[in-house]
Design a protein around this ligand. Structure first.
Ligand code: ZN
Length: 197
């Protein structure tokens, strides 16, 4: 088991850091503008724009996301179809949620959990494949590894499913909200493990 732990540890340490961005490779100035600068610049650009995909063109020109493009184009008085806007923003949110979950699962995958169990003889007996991240780990309730179980617990608290949460179950309403605030502040609002409906 110790060997297994070491192997996992090596894997965890083997990640390479993010490549440093060279200053010479900065994107064009237009893509580094602040909102006020963009709005100013876009006024004259809009007068010359003749296409019919203004949101797409705006995003490409200024390197901004959909939400920012919608907001700023509306500020500039460009009519935006509310249905289109809603559809796009929903799909962006779904994509972001999927990405967050993928990252969270990846984090759990890399976590060096076996070291914590070096002195726990029963850890291996309780071990199996986690139903969420597929890693071979000591399992907790619901067949989840400790990392995924912790994510589920945070999700339950985010969603205020107090009755299912092991840590919030016995707390007062006030203490539950306080716990939720702390979790959102530290780990963000987005769900980590539960698939958003
Ligand atoms: Zn897991």
């Amino acid at each position: 088991m110790l060997q297994f732990g070491r192997k996992i540890q090596e894997y965890g340490n083997g990640q390479t850091g993010m490549a440093k961005k060279s200053k010479q490779n900065l994107p064009p100035r237009r893509k580094r503008m602040k909102r006020s600068q963009r709005l100013e610049s876009a006024k004259s650009w809009l007068e010359t724009y003749e296409g019919n995909k203004v949101v797409k063109a705006y995003r490409k020109r200024y390197g901004v996301n959909f939400e920012c493009a919608f907001t700023e184009l509306e500020m500039l008085g460009v009519p935006i179809d509310p249905d289109y806007k809603e559809r796009v923003l929903e799909s962006v949110a779904a994509q972001e949620a999927a990405k967050r979950q993928k990252r969270a699962r990846e984090r759990a995958r890399r976590a060096d959990v076996w070291l914590e169990y070096a002195d726990d003889e029963t850890a291996l007996e309780r071990a199996g494949e986690c139903v969420s991240c597929d890693m071979f780990r000591p399992l907790e309730d619901l067949g989840l590894c400790p990392g995924c179980a912790a994510m589920l617990e945070r999700d339950l608290i985010r969603q205020r499913d107090w009755e299912y949460s092991g840590t919030a179950f016995l707390l007062s309403d006030e203490a539950r909200e306080e716990l939720r605030r702390k979790i959102v502040a530290e780990y963000g609002e987005g769900l980590e493990l539960i698939d958003p409906v």
